[in-house]
Design a protein around this ligand. Structure first.
Ligand code: SF4
Length: 361
């Protein structure tokens, strides 16, 4: 390793010794890490913030101070203690992992990264974090914080996610061989407290003299991100038909697929081309154009032409349809795109004139 690269690692560790975060699962300087606490915290921190994990970590440590205690607990009690932390498969895996460590490893976690990866719920990132933090093994730990720090430090022009595969090598270039556990935690702390996604505190950063993005005055411009592909646009038409008694015509979508089993107004298919000319689902009902509705789904944007029509009292619903009274409509399982159509149609048509609301003779 070149001298300047070694110096980056040393500067970071010097900062860590002064500014490290005091976390309940973290060993204090000079203390030996508690492997159980490191593992428990790393599982809880997957997709969850440090602030959210704190109280849960304390609760688990009080209820089950050792991995053997957790292994012996009923899975229902573990799930109950986890309630509110989300991603519940983690709790199931946590319990399965505790049982495996208790049964197959005599309650002692393995220190080897590959062996750790064989435990339930322990993926490559978590295995590296446990190996480094709990056992001071020279594992390269890369989370989102570390990716951001490295992208800025080296002003990586390759956009993420494509740049991900370059990051472990760049981290390895500056990693401390003497204190790999502290180095891993220092990188995480730097990303979490100084090199933050927005407004990084470069003036307080121990690596400001080494940082290429900072030199260019473009810290916040990194990491580069691949431009998102624009969503394709689909078009269609929707028909809001109201009968003279105030009932509205709806149908149920097929059980599978987009908005499966939900209720909707009649309409055309949603396609890539322009909506075809339309005819009302009930013969003889004139349609009026009430405007367009825009809605965005995960994989496409939708532009719906909304048409409204007034059907005579006693008009029968076409096959697959039903008339819904105003109270039923309020409670119907209508997706938000259909609620938008309903709002547009009501605005266009005005309130229904019900027989008992008529004024005069
Ligand atoms: Fe991040 Fe700024 Fe430090 Fe560079 S100088 S690593 S951008 S905090």
């Amino acid at each position: 390793m070149s001298k300047s690269k070694m110096e980056i690692g040393a500067r970071l560790l010097g900062w860590y010794d002064r500014c490290r975060r005091d976390l309940p699962w973290r060993a204090r300087p000079g203390e030996k890490p508690d492997v159980y606490a490191v593992w428990l915290s790393e599982i809880m921190l997957q997709q969850t913030t440090v602030a959210a994990v704190g109280a849960y970590f304390d609760k688990f440590i009080k209820l089950w101070p050792r991995v053997q205690d957790l292994a012996e607990a009923p899975v229902e009690a573990v799930m109950q203690a986890w309630a509110g932390l989300g991603y519940y498969s983690r709790a199931r895996n946590l319990h399965a992992c505790a049982r495996k460590v208790a049964a197959e490893y005599e309650g002692i976690f393995p220190s080897d990264e590959a062996e750790l990866r064989r435990l339930p719920g322990v993926g490559p990132y978590t295995a590296a974090a446990i190996a480094a933090i709990a056992f001071d093994r020279p594992a390269i730990v890369v989370d989102g914080n570390v990716e951001r720090v490295m992208a800025r430090l080296r002003a990586l022009e390759t956009p993420f996610p494509a740049a991900k595969k370059a990051v472990p090598r760049l981290v390895a270039e500056i990693a401390s061989r003497k204190r790999p556990g502290d180095f891993a935690q220092a990188m995480m702390d730097l990303g979490a407290t100084v090199c933050t996604p927005r407004r990084p505190a470069c003036a307080l950063c121990p690596l400001s003299g080494d940082c290429a993005a900072r030199r260019r005055g473009e810290a916040e411009e990194f990491p580069r991100r691949a431009a998102k592909k624009p969503r394709p646009l689909r078009r269609g038409a929707v028909f809001y038909l109201r009968r003279a008694d105030g009932a509205v015509l709806t149908r149920t979508r097929p059980p599978r697929g987009l908005l499966g089993g939900m209720e909707e107004f009649f309409g055309t298919d949603w396609g890539e081309g322009l909506a075809e000319a339309h005819s009302a689902p009930i013969a003889g009902v004139d349609l009026a154009f009430a405007g367009e509705i825009d809605h965005v789904f995960t994989h496409f944007a939708l532009k719906l032409a909304a048409f409204v029509g007034e059907a005579p009292r006693g008009a029968e619903a076409p096959p697959g349809g039903r008339w819904r009274g105003p109270e039923e409509m309020a409670a119907a399982a209508l997706p938000s795109v259909m609620r938008k159509a309903e709002a547009r149609a009501k605005k266009f048509l005005g309130p229904a004139v019900l027989p008992d609301a008529r004024i005069g003779p």
